[in-house]
Design a protein around this ligand. Sequence first.
Ligand code: 3BY
Ligand code: FES
Ligand code: FE
Length: 410
Amino acid sequence: MSAQSDMLSHLMSRRPGYTLPRALYTDPEMFDVDMERIWYRDWLLVGAGSEIPKTGNHMTVEIGAYSVIVVRGADGVARAFHNSCRHRGSRICKTHKGSAPKLVCPYHQWTYDLDGKLLWARDMGPEFDPSQHGLKTVHCREAAGILFICLGAEAPAFDAMAEMAQKYAGPHKLSECKLAHETTIVEKANWKLVIENNRECYHCSGSHPSLCVTFDDNPNIAGDGSGKDDPVIAAHLQKCEKAGLPSEFTIAPNEQWRFVRVPLVGSSVSYTLDGKQACEKLVGDVTIRDAGTLLFFHYPNTWNHFLSDMVILFSVKPVGPQETQVTTKWFVHKDAVEGQDYDLERLTTVWIHTNDEDREIIEENQRGINSPAYEPGPYSAAQESGVAQFVDWYCETMTSRLTGRALYAA
Ligand code: 3BY
Ligand code: FES
Ligand code: FE
């Protein structure tokens, strides 16, 4: 109870338009409240459905204290279960990804069907009721080929976001893409610093030489949609919409997610060091190379880029108050052949560098905040409105979940 009232008093003391009070980036108890009230309740992106295309394909995901199995059923539906056996609690799947016709616990071989039902348990006696010992379910949905899970007893609304994902990302047909490469890096910083950093490009010119070849750091482009009166952005929007690619800035009523398609720098078509394509084959129904990038964020755990020739999904997982994992997954058309249609190094190099550069600045951000001399500082209205938007979402969401009311008018 006291961690929650501490959280509330930190939230009450915060100054809008400023970075958060120190405890919210450092304190283990505040971290636990973040996990309980945000991470264990919201929809979280875990990857693409095409990573587990066939019956019995599964992946395991660790979210805080939880371990979750996401598995493709015989009916083609992806389902998620707690990765904890109903016998004595062992983890059932220990590999990051795998495939099996049934889920067999490695400890005493209790065997579960792909829909979580307990099928077989040896010598449990006549009184034992297998129907009471199925795997515990976790909410799982696919939207435009993107896989989400939610650990909450009741999941928040999903359909409005799913509809928008279908509209904006649908033409990229992620379900018909293959995973070309995946990395996970550890950043020694609070998860909110990772998201804050992603929501601005104020730092880009100073830190991202390779990204800046193709990604425009003009804050009006990706910012809050205010740039649509700019002739370059307006022309890009028109061209993409004409090519069947919805592009106009759209944001959830509670501002938890956003879609917008933005142009890349000059004649660049993909995230490469020369701005030229990364893959010969275009994805899905995309017919134009210069479609720019469709940006999709969904708080608390993801930002994504849908391009004409690849899709990059980013997912964040808090490990501790000052430790966060960032997983990046690069997808290309499923028929694209490595070495022929794309070169893996060329496909991944810009974001491998960018991620590492971000890790470095975010870790320095954390180290500086750890100093007793830290005090909340002001966001630039011109450059960091996206950061302020995230921080407002966080404070508003946390406050309403702790008190049942909203701190600021919607
Ligand atoms: O990943 C993004 O959404 C971009 C790229 C750099 C900063 N951020 C606004
Ligand atoms: Fe799973 Fe015993 S703990 S079968
Ligand atoms: Fe960055």
